[in-house]
Design a protein around this ligand. Structure first.
Ligand SMILES: Cc1cc2nc3c(=O)[nH]c(=O)nc-3n(C[C@H](O)[C@H](O)[C@H](O)COP(=O)(O)OP(=O)(O)OC[C@H]3O[C@@H](n4cnc5c(N)ncnc54)[C@H](O)[C@@H]3O)c2cc1C
Length: 383
């Protein structure tokens, strides 16, 4: 088994890291304080082709990254700014990839070139105030009207809300979940206020209101009633991406911990000389290393065309916990300096906490994994 990166993947990784260090790092702290990503940064991201990461070269001028290389991109970005990584991840993994897989030819022709150019960022609107872990109780409703559909409802937790030029919306059509792509300019589509978050403050997370929004038939994703399947498929891939985001956060947190522990002097020497601090850092480094292989393996399965839902859930479960725990420990290594905004670790800690919630909570990943474990037995795993 060979999981080493090809020379092309190594070249991409270096390019991603250089871009992140040059363009993302200097914007990250300010973006967190101003609670938005600078437009200049998003333009640079688009100019690098990162909004087209998962679009094919032909006919959309995309970069066509394989899943392994794509995870290297997310890891490099999140090491500097998790809000930026999340924005790009939602656009590519949940938005662009889903439209490429399930959008009609007319829809792809209308949207994908602009999406790939970063002119039409995507958002994924599944969650509602009363439907989080259980999307079967969505209340947003779609009704047929001639050769179109009319959607009415409310969505919450829409990452890229307001920034987006297209919203993937999941709604009940005759009691079956159906997915639609709604351009932002659709009459009746109203982006609500920002949801004030503990972390990820530079990522736009909003409510979304659908007031009798009309979607022509070509804006249907897949067929009527396939929305649940489409959402789960998108989230499987999304979880691999999110695990890569967690990996970047965890790896950088360890680096910040080592740097601080080597510089901070107490009791006559650097605190890094204390066994307790070394233990913290060693445990964190081991968890980061384990995460890397879980991410790499799940992405490799996706690239190989093999089923990867279980591995995606395992990677997401482990990576999100790792990032939350590791950032927590590295705050401890910083002492009081970990609790003030002068040092970046507090931002990483706040941002990382979200990873155990979005794209399926830790408990939902456990249910998915248990479902796989009990497959073929008389035990039925239900949420
Ligand atoms: C930063 C952020 C970004 C997000 N971005 C998006 C987005 O772009 N698009 C989108 O659609 N959604 C998004 N979400 C929403 C996210 O997917 C939901 O918050 C998540 O699915 C959980 O739903 P909920 O918040 O309603 O919690 P609930 O489902 O109400 O869960 C509350 C608690 O109960 C637990 N629980 C629920 N059911 C079970 C069960 N059967 N067994 C055991 N425990 C259970 C959960 O694990 C959790 O601990 C985002 C969330 C966050 C925090």
């Amino acid at each position: 088994m060979d999981f080493s990166l090809t020379s092309e993947q190594q070249m991409f990784r270096q390019m991603f890291r250089d871009f992140a260090a040059r363009d993302v790092a200097k914007a990250a702290d300010q973006a967190d304080k101003q609670e938005e990503l600078p437009a200049r940064l998003l333009k640079r991201v688009a100019a690098q082709g990162f909004m087209a990461a998962l679009a094919p070269e032909e006919p959309y001028g995309g970069v066509g990254l394989d899943a392994v290389t794509y995870t290297l991109l997310l890891e490099a970005l999140s090491a500097e700014c998790m809000s930026a990584a999340l924005t790009i991840h939602v656009h590519n993994s949940l938005g662009l990839r889903t439209i490429l897989r399930h959008g009609s030819a007319a829809l792809q022709e209308a949207l994908v070139a602009e999406m790939a150019a970063g002119e039409r960022i995507a958002a994924f609107a599944l969650t509602e105030p009363a439907a989080g872990s259980d999307p079967t109780c969505l209340r947003t409703a779609a009704v047929r009207d001639g050769d179109a559909y009319v959607l009415k409802g409310e969505k919450s937790w829409v990452a890229n809300g307001g920034l987006a030029g297209v919203y993937l919306v999941f709604a009940q059509l005759d009691s079956r979940i159906t997915a639609f792509a709604l351009p932002a300019e659709t009459p009746g589509l109203v982006v609500g206020g920002r949801q004030k978050t503990l972390g990820l403050r530079a990522a736009a997370i909003t409510r979304l209101y659908l007031n009798d929004c009309r979607a022509p038939a070509e804006n249907l994703l897949g067929a009527e009633g396939q929305g649940y399947k489409i959402a789960l498929e998108a989230l499987d891939f999304g979880r691999v991406g999110l695990a890569a985001v967690a990996l970047g956060v965890g790896r950088r947190a360890v680096e910040l911990g080592v740097k601080f522990a080597a510089e901070r002097v107490q009791f006559g020497g650097p605190i890094g000389q204390k066994q307790a601090i070394q233990d913290y850092l060693a445990d964190a480094a081991a968890e980061v290393a384990a995460t890397e292989w879980l991410v790499r393996h799940a992405a490799w399965l996706a690239d190989s065309g093999k089923p990867f839902g279980q591995e995606a859930a395992i990677a997401k479960l482990f990576a999100s916990r790792m990032a939350a725990q590791v950032t927590n420990r590295i705050v401890q290594v910083h002492g009081g300096y970990g609790y003030i905004t002068d040092y970046p670790i507090e931002r990483y800690y706040r941002d990382a906490r979200s990873l155990e919630i979005m794209e399926g909570t830790t408990q939902v990943q456990q249910i998915v994994i248990a479902g796989g474990l009990f497959a073929g037995t008389n035990v039925r795993v239900r949420p």
